[in-house]
Structure formats: C-alpha cells, structure tokens
Design a protein around this ligand. Structure first.
Ligand SMILES: [Zn+2]
Ligand SMILES: [Zn+2]
Length: 309
C-alpha cells in the first residue's frame, strides 16, 4: 500500500533515445511497460482497457464480485491516480458508446427496464473482451437482460481510497462523459422516416424533396441491389417480391453489374429507402439521392446519388 504514487507523472518511467523517442523499460519497482505508457499519457486506449479486464479479474471467485475485482483494484491502487482516472475515463467512454436505443431494444425487446438495469447490464461488456464489445456495438450479438456486473463501476473509487488511505466519498475525479443511461442523447433519438430524410438532406448540401419508397403492397422493407458506377438501383420488396427500378431504365439495368447492399454496421440486407430529389427552377429533377435505414440496427447511410440528363 502506498500513500502517494503520483510522482510517476511527468515521464519518470521513460528515457529518450537518440531520436527523441520514448523508451519504456522493465525494472524493479516499475509497473508493466504498457501501464507505464498509460500513466505517462494519462490516457487508456480501449485495447489497453480490455487487456486489463482480461488479465486482472479473478474468475475463480465468480459469484463474489469483490473477490473477482480484487486483482484489478490492487493493480489500480498500486500505481495511483493517473492509472485510476485513465481507467475510469475509458470505462465511462465504453459504457457511453453502448448507451443506445438500439442496444436497449435488443436487450429488452420492448419490455420495461430501469435506467439502472441497463447500466448494470452494459457493465457486462467491460469484462468480456474487445471482440465481444465490437459484436455488441455492431448488433451481431445480443446482451442478456439477466446479466449484470455493477460492481466494476466502483473499482476506481475503491482503488483510490486504498491508495490514499482515504474515505471513498472524497474521490475527486469525474470522467468527461457520463455512463448513466440516456446520457448519450444522440443515440437515443427515435429513428423515423423524418430522421432519414434529414440525414439525406444533410448529405446533399442542396435543397431536396425527400420521399420514402413503398411497395404497391404497402411494405417499406426492401433488399437493394445497385451499381453506383453507372447509376442504377433496384429494390425487391421483402413481403411480395415485387421488383422496382428507381430512376433506372431497364436497358441500363441489363448492362450494369449490380451488387447487393448491406448495412455497414450489422450486415443486414433489409432496408428502408428514401429518395431525395434536387430540382431545377422549372421543376425538372436534376439529381437524385438515395439513402437507407437498416431495419435491424437503425443505421442510416447513403446508397448513391447521380444526376439526370
Ligand atoms: Zn410488396
Ligand atoms: Zn444494420
């Protein structure tokens, strides 16, 4: 147990080589090299964060959260404020990035949930590695509503109290983003046809009339094939199979080499599509813009745009 370990700040751990690059070395009384760099930069990458939660939790003690967290708390307490605060900042950032309507919908399927439930469930991602985190963010894996790991939220405070032999209440640090549920306001916005219309307009930089595309059967879910190079796009209705060319002649479609469009986030192929029209003063359409919303994960993206002669 150390009372003050902040003297490491300011680069105590590295030496400069002849080119002025920082060199960290192992040695008695020094933390592992990657931790030296975190302390020096007062910043922790997501990779380092997940490396630490992979290596410093004792899962042999599963069921006793305090015991599981003990190696992590000991590590943070040993090397002091820079490491503790960098850990908490990255933890908050990761939890913030998971604080989205889409992920909450995925976990609770429309069932009632509390803000705290969703925070404690997001904490599970912190201790399951970077790949798991990426999968949850992309929507290819689902978080279980029955899982939680609230205890890890208090690891920085416990470590600080131990390091400084002070009461946890005196903990001085506040991370730049909040991990509380619905702090990430942008990610909680409802995605509607208007949101997609706004998105397409924002990508056009000229006034547009935007309309959502519907099949004659009333369905708004399509698979999309397109060839952006020659300016051709075709939708197939998910419900009735009807195909629809958008601002594309049959002749051009036969000549082009279309590819299937997938959501860049979750790879789903089922999309809502809206078309934005830029018009000449006489009302003729000058240019068309196509945007899509993934119905699985709500991702919005542009499909194509081209001018009409
Ligand atoms: Zn249809
Ligand atoms: Zn998607």
């Amino acid at each position: 147990m150390k009372k003050e370990v902040t003297e490491a700040a300011g680069g105590k751990y590295y030496t400069l080589d002849e080119k002025g690059r920082k060199c960290y070395t192992d040695g008695p009384g020094k933390p592992p090299i990657f931790i030296q760099a975190i302390i020096d930069n007062q910043k922790m990458s997501a990779v380092d964060f997940f490396h630490i939660t992979d290596a410093y939790l004792n899962w042999d003690k599963q069921g006793d959260d305090e015991a599981v967290l003990e190696p992590l708390i000991a590590l943070l307490a040993e090397w002091g404020d820079e490491l503790i605060f960098a850990f908490e900042d990255r933890m908050a950032q990761i939890l913030y990035s998971l604080d989205t309507r889409r992920i909450a919908n995925n976990v609770y399927k429309g069932e009632h949930f509390s803000a705290d439930d969703f925070l404690y469930t997001r904490c599970v991602v912190l201790v399951n590695g970077k790949q798991y985190y990426n999968d949850i963010k992309r929507g290819v894996r689902r978080l279980g509503a029955d899982l939680e790991f609230e205890a890890i939220l208090y690891a920085p405070v416990c470590a600080w109290a131990r390091c400084h032999l002070r009461a946890p209440e005196a903990y001085p640090h506040v991370p730049p983003v909040s991990y509380e549920t619905m702090s990430n306001r942008e990610a909680w916005r409802e995605v509607t046809p208007t949101t997609l219309a706004d998105f397409i307009s924002a990508n056009a930089q000229e006034p547009l009339e935007v309309q959502q595309v519907f099949c004659e059967c009333g369905c708004q879910d399509f698979r999309v094939r397109q060839d952006s190079g020659c300016g051709a796009i075709k939708l197939s209705c998910l419900k009735c199979g009807t195909e629809k060319l958008l601002f594309t002649s049959t002749k051009l479609w036969e000549e082009c080499r279309p590819r299937r469009r997938k959501c860049g986030n979750c790879r789903s192929e089922v999309l809502n599509v809206s078309v934005g029209l830029a018009k000449w003063p006489d009302g003729h359409v000058r240019r068309v813009y196509f945007g899509a919303r993934c119905i699985k994960c709500d991702e919005l993206f542009m499909l194509a745009n081209w001018s009409l002669n």
